[in-house]
Write a protein that binds this ligand. Structure first.
Ligand code: PBG
Length: 335
């Protein structure tokens, strides 16, 4: 590195004024990079706070319409729906996931009718619907059954695709589910339905507040998801998972959680050059909010820094509970 020597090189020179900082800026955040996850309640005029996610509420469909409209106005391309299923509808095999008139298919159809230009993404997984809170079917000894679960997920994806969803996002980490869903979509001639694979999803403790939000935390109890979600120690394995999901027909791949896994995100983007997304999960949101509420961090500046960091690491887009706030800030600063 003898080429770069002080004082002929003074890196601070380019940082001296805003114009020259802007000249050499490598990454940008745009509203098109944001995906907004929301929690959907049954009924009318229903609004519930989620104590572990300050600022985020569960909303019924009618109250979600203005949110969808604001996403369109701000330029957020996609809304991601997560259902809050009534405990009485939860069963060991999560049958309610296959109800064509259930909460999610109904909401998808209504949103696509009102806001056809807004992209809608739905999660393909059984955990909001199962009484045990796992993403899959269990056998007598408590093992998660892979292939039987994949059949359920395929049926769930088809029902949501028939309701008009733009993107299905299998978040369960069963083996072979992307191929099964892709083949079923092709058979039904639903060639436009995109698949965003939760390709490298880790068995993370950062999902805690999400499980409060959808009500799977109490169902799950002391059990965990380590027999299907990835070991936080691994990174080569994430590349193999992504390779499989791409080969099976995923249009987009995702890494989850976000901030503690930026290295995985960067490797995936650099290795495959594929549309790559990251999920800044509930626990990351809650940590940042808690610190900001206590006055320990500057809320707006810190969240924008985290989102820019995802872009620098290679994310094409970010699922984040900060999407609305971030988009409003982007408009305020660059109208
Ligand atoms: C369910 C699912 C989870 C998340 C998204 N889809 C939780 C889990 O796997 O237990 C987590 C999202 C978040 O924490 O924000 N399959």
């Amino acid at each position: 590195m003898a080429l770069y020597q002080f004082p002929s090189h003074r890196p601070r020179r380019m940082r001296h004024q805003d114009f020259s900082r802007r000249m050499m800026r490598e990454s940008y955040l745009h509203t098109s990079n944001l995906i907004y996850p929301v929690f959907l309640l049954d009924g009318q005029n229903q609004r519930q706070a989620i104590p572990s996610m300050p600022g985020i509420e569960r909303l019924s469909l009618d109250l979600l319409f203005p949110v969808a409209e604001e996403c369109l106005t701000l330029g957020i391309p996609v809304l991601a729906l997560f259902p809050v299923i009534a405990p009485t509808l939860k069963t060991p095999n999560g049958q309610e996931a296959l109800n064509p008139s259930g909460l999610i298919p109904t909401a998808v159809a209504a949103l696509k009718t009102r806001f056809p230009e807004l992209g809608i993404l739905t999660d393909i997984a059984l955990d909001p619907y199962t009484s045990h809170g796992q993403d899959g079917l269990l056998n007598g000894s408590g093992d998660i059954l892979n292939d039987e679960t994949v059949s359920m997920l395929t049926a769930q994806a088809l029902i949501q695709a028939q309701a008009g969803v733009d993107i299905v996002a299998p978040s369960d980490m069963m083996d072979g589910r992307i191929a099964a869903i892709r083949i079923a979509l092709e058979q039904e001639k639903m060639t436009h339905t995109r698949i965003m694979a939760y390709a490298a999803k880790y068995a993370s403790n950062f999902y805690g507040p999400f499980r409060d939000a959808v009500g799977s935390a109490s169902a799950l109890g002391k059990s965990n998801k380590m027999s299907y979600q990835m070991d936080p120690a691994n990174s080569d394995e994430a590349l193999r998972e992504v390779a499989l999901d791409m080969a099976e027909g995923a249009d987009m791949v995702m890494v989850k959680p976000g901030m503690p896994y930026l290295d995985v995100l960067q490797r995936i983007k650099q290795t495959f050059l594929y549309p790559t997304y990251v999920y800044q999960v509930s626990g990351e949101y809650s940590m940042l909010k808690a610190a900001a509420i206590n006055g320990w961090l500057d809320h707006d500046k810190t969240i924008m820094e985290t989102l820019l960091a995802f872009r620098r690491a290679g994310a094409d887009g970010i699922l984040t509970y900060f999407a609305l706030e971030a988009a409003r800030l982007l408009h305020r600063d660059r109208p």
